[in-house]
Write a protein that binds this ligand. Structure first.
Ligand SMILES: [Zn+2]
Length: 62
């Protein structure tokens, strides 16, 4: 989970592409998330999320 930038709590709504806090009216888009080694390491038990999109790696499609 991700910490709400305007409050001392975690975002009540969060998925692969965005996070949202109704209470504070905050929407975060994960266009520059911190990438961890786990994102590049195949997991033997399967992944819970699809691999990061190219833009998440800092590349631009054009
Ligand atoms: Zn909040």
């Amino acid at each position: 989970m991700t910490q709400c930038p305007k409050g001392a709590h975690e975002l009540p709504y969060e998925d692969d592409t965005r996070g949202h806090c109704d209470e504070h009216g905050v929407t975060l888009l994960w266009h520059g998330p911190p990438i961890t080694l786990e994102d590049f390491t195949p997991e033997p038990h399967g992944r819970r999320f699809p691999p990061p999109a190219p833009r998440a790696l800092g590349r631009h499609p054009h």
